[in-house]
Ligand binder design. Structure first.
Ligand SMILES: [Zn+2]
Length: 457
């Protein structure tokens, strides 16, 4: 359900979710943080990179919506904030808590010094962490879902580390415990249409955040969810959802997905056999894993709202020879392709910059960084999606943003024009298993498509 606040509707929404463990809570997504971010960008409007246009300086004031009324509305509510994030590769406890909008030094100390906290500190990518905070931003509880849905006789047992703030005598302290909840697996079908952002559309369709971010990841090489979405884009998704006593506990995996982006249809279906990890393929069996990701920023609620605030001069690649992503200082930046570090340091204009060398004389450049990922030195190997640094405003940049370039033989290329080798098809033996296993999912996506046509939306 969307709370239609004017102006930045997609940055502020409210979802009423029936949460786990018979708690009914209100989930309000990083609303205050987004408001703060919008204000900060407005105060310091972005100018084009001086590095590339040394003689032209353009600044533009961005109109800000009146936030007073929106903030008042938020304050009226007794807010119990529950947020959920998945751990990303390269995450630290600090970066994870920042994405969860948690500012609680006591909790951080507790996790770092408590025996039970060690499992969380391993930062296993893909695992979900849920937190509930009070009105002052203090964490009431944190759940680290380290063993999601192991199947046991048709039931799925989710085990998690629970850290709760409890009164201990006169003081409040944290208590950690291992808990488990028996859940049943459901398969959910949903569809939606983009009005302005992916999260706006997934909220309207009642789709959890972790499914929305998975959708962006599945098509990470095909669609730039920060800059490439168009009003009227459509999606249909089939995903797992786990419930306890009929109540939602957590979302599972995206099983099938169709995305109509700017008139182009993208499809994906999950396929795995015993003994392999499983991966996403098109409905005709082509792997979706490609050499380059479209965006160097992980798609999150925080980054999703910033793309539209780019300076107009930066809108087209031709004028600029790079792509700019406005994002808050500290936003993680990931390598768009596997490669080695060619340069990590300061360069005039670019500020802190990372240059990665990839296959076939391709290289990528990431500029204006606030800082570098640990161990990022010349010659170091990086995998696709690895954390390489954080968004900043170093060098000639008047506002925090990432300047991203793709080069071929040192000449800047339009990232959208990179010729990617076609992924190999499945072997004929696996193809038969693939078609059998994915046919029902393909059918469900087709049904969703037909429903939309029949409904004449
Ligand atoms: Zn730029």
């Amino acid at each position: 359900m969307i709370q239609p606040f004017a102006g930045i509707a997609d940055a502020v929404h409210e979802i009423v979710e029936t949460q786990s463990f018979k708690r009914r809570v209100i989930l309000v997504t990083s609303a205050v943080l987004m408001l703060g971010g919008a204000a900060a960008i407005g105060v310091a409007p972005l100018a084009p990179d001086a590095a590339l246009m040394p003689t032209t300086r353009v600044t533009e004031s961005l109109a800000l919506p009146d936030l007073t009324e929106q903030l008042a509305k938020l304050e009226q509510q007794e807010l119990s904030l529950v947020r959920e994030e998945r751990i990303l590769r390269g995450d630290t406890l600090g970066s994870l808590l920042q994405r969860l909008s948690v500012q609680d030094p006591d909790l951080e100390t507790y996790i770092k010094t408590n025996r039970a906290g060690r499992s969380l500190l391993q930062m296993r990518s893909g695992r979900a962490v849920q937190v509930q905070t009070d009105n002052e931003g203090r964490v009431q509880w944190l759940h680290y879902l380290h063993t999601p849905a192991a199947e046991e006789g048709g039931k799925y047992v989710t085990r998690f580390l629970a850290i709760e703030r409890k009164r201990q005598g006169e003081e409040f302290g944290f208590i950690a415990s291992e808990q488990q909840v028996v859940t049943e697996r459901r398969v959910v079908l949903r569809s939606g249409e983009i009005v302005s952002t992916l999260f706006g559309a997934t909220d309207a369709a009642g789709i959890p955040d972790t499914i929305a971010t998975q959708m962006a990841e599945v098509f990470g090489s095909d669609v730039d969810f920060h800059r490439g979405l168009r009003r009227g884009d459509q999606f249909r998704v089939v995903y797992e959802s786990f419930h306890h006593d009929g109540e939602y506990v957590r979302a599972g995996r995206v099983l099938a997905l169709e995305f109509l982006n700017n008139g182009k249809r993208h499809s994906a279906v999950w396929f795995g056999e015993a003994g392999d990890q499983g991966a996403y393929y098109t409905f005709d069996g082509k792997s979706l894993k490609k050499a380059f990701l479209r965006s160097p920023l992980e798609f999150t609620r925080i980054t999703s709202g910033f793309a539209m605030r780019l300076h107009p001069v930066h809108q087209t690649w031709r004028q600029h020879k790079g792509v700019d992503y406005a994002a808050p200082v500290g936003t993680p930046i990931r390598s768009t392709a596997e490669g080695t570090v060619e340069f990590a340091g300061q360069q005039n204009g670019y500020g802190n910059v990372v240059i990665l060398k990839h296959w076939g004389e391709y290289s990528t450049l990431y500029a204006h960084l606030n800082g570098f990922a640990a161990g990022l030195t010349k010659g170091a190997k990086v995998r696709q999606g690895d954390l390489i640094g954080y968004v900043g405003a170093t060098g000639w940049a008047t506002g925090p943003h990432l300047h991203y370039e793709v080069r071929l033989n040192n000449v800047q290329q339009d990232p959208l024009s990179i010729a990617m080798p076609d992924a190999p098809l499945l072997t004929s033996q696996r193809m038969a298993a693939f078609l059998t296993q994915t046919a029902p999912l393909h059918h469900q996506i087709s049904l969703l498509r037909e429903m939309r046509v029949a409904g004449g939306e």
